[in-house]
Design a protein around this ligand. Structure first.
Ligand SMILES: Cc1cc2nc3c(=O)[nH]c(=O)nc-3n(C[C@H](O)[C@H](O)[C@H](O)COP(=O)(O)OP(=O)(O)OC[C@H]3O[C@@H](n4cnc5c(N)ncnc54)[C@H](O)[C@@H]3O)c2cc1C
Length: 380
């Protein structure tokens, strides 16, 4: 699809990222995913391309500008490697560097952001708890002020990058019930009373480590409170919409990989005396996948334009996110059907994406929560 909002800068950014992904990631993606690793040089390579710097000032190592189209093309192009564990392990920074820049002290920002944006260190966003992720307003982790420190108690789970991460943006209750009683804290991995366990045997995202975090009377310096007490979380909630945009764009990248793999397979393989691609039923599957790709790509471009032009279009981002993951699940299923038995063998992107599609439908606001929020945004 032609993007009517394309510019020379956006085209050049996408092209340099695509070259990097094709040369440095895709050939090794299956191996890294099986080994549950994302090499340091990939983090640093993406950092050097500017993939983590959107919306962050140059003084902190950022790009000094924001652009929703470039954010989306980062997510899309990276997802085309066919192993979104690598995608998650790296791009997770973009969920929390915005809040760090908005709310952390000047001293912390100058120390932490350059390390994170260059890809040397990983930073994590810690909201979900063992008791639930959708009902954020009901979170149970607490932070109690004691002199120059806050004592953090509780647990977070499903934290992307949580095993190897160095910096953790942690939401904890400092006040009464609801979102208005939640503050944000910048926690470092060596703080006393802070421990982590790895969530092993995940369905997907093997290249990305995922952790449960435990805070046991963990002393966090008062300087690490991000923003005002009881206000931090509400202040950064809007930035979570970038995560939803990123997940939708990642889904688009995965869909493109699925259709490419399907066409290649169906062209090479013969059934009933002719290439599969010549069978009408298979051609219709390709048409149905392409129609969804076109729809999501157009929708994504429109939403990017709205973000750049105005306030966050929360209502549309919610609908974009669940539309993209529904389309992804459809494409993953059809691609598996085209590959037949070969599709279930590990090591090919179709099999991997089929597993990983569900994570996109749940993480960063599940399909049910996105539907509900979009209707609430309509004032209903
Ligand atoms: C691989 C992975 C990585 C993740 N990374 C992070 C991370 O880095 N940081 C972080 O904070 N979180 C992370 N998450 C957590 C993710 O955001 C949550 O899983 C998600 O928000 C859903 O929360 P939950 O799993 O607790 O499900 P629950 O909230 O228990 O919900 C379970 C199901 O019920 C549905 N449901 C809940 N309430 C309603 C309702 N009122 N009406 C209808 N349906 C409802 C939900 O949509 C969901 O399908 C990650 C999750 C995964 C799987």
């Amino acid at each position: 699809m032609i993007n009517p909002f394309e510019t020379e800068e956006r085209r050049a950014f996408r092209a340099s990222l695509r070259s990097f992904v094709e040369a440095e990631i895709t050939p090794y993606a299956a191996e890294w995913d099986e080994n549950q690793e994302c090499p340091k040089h990939i983090h640093e390579g993406l950092g050097a391309l500017g993939c983590f710097g959107f919306g962050i000032g140059e003084a902190y190592g950022g790009l000094g500008f924001d652009d929703a189209f470039m954010r989306a093309s980062t997510a899309e192009e990276l997802a085309r490697c066919g192993a979104t564990g690598i995608w998650a392990a790296t791009i997770i920074r973009n969920t929390n560097t915005g809040p760090i820049e908005m709310l952390a002290s000047e001293h912390l920002k100058r120390r932490i952001l350059p390390e994170v944006l260059s890809g040397q260190e990983v930073s994590c966003l810690c909201v979900t708890e063992p008791g639930g992720g959708s009902d954020v307003a009901n979170m149970q982790t607490t932070a109690r002020r004691e002199g120059d420190y806050y004592k953090l108690n509780g647990s977070k789970t499903f934290i992307t990058g949580g095993v190897e991460g160095q910096y953790f943006v942690v939401a904890a209750r400092t006040g009464g019930p609801g979102l208005g009683g939640i503050s944000l804290f910048l926690v470092e991995r060596d703080f006393p009373g802070f421990t982590r366990t790895s969530l092993e045997k995940k369905m997907g995202w093997w290249a990305s480590n995922t952790a449960t975090l435990y805070f046991d009377d963990c002393p966090v310096p008062a300087e690490n409170l991000m923003g005002e007490e009881n206000h931090g979380f509400i202040e950064v909630m809007q930035t979570f919409n970038f995560e939803r945009l990123t997940l939708a764009a990642g889904a688009l990248g995965m869909m493109k990989t699925l259709v490419e793999e399907s066409i290649t397979w169906a062209t090479d393989r013969k059934t009933f005396g002719k290439p599969m691609i010549a069978h009408q039923v298979i051609r219709h599957k390709i048409a149905d996948m392409m129609a969804r790709i076109d729809m999501i790509e157009s929708y994504l471009n429109q939403v990017c334009w709205m973000i750049n032009e105005s306030e966050f279009p929360v209502e549309q981002i919610c609908r974009l996110k669940f539309s993209a993951t529904k389309a992804l699940e459809f494409c993953a299923s059809e691609a598996m059907q085209i590959l037949g038995g070969a599709g279930i063998l590990r090591g090919n992107p179709v099999e991997r994406i089929y597993r990983e599609a569900k994570i996109f439908a749940i993480g960063g606001g599940s399909e049910e929560i996105m539907r509900d929020l979009s209707v609430r945004q309509m004032g209903i």
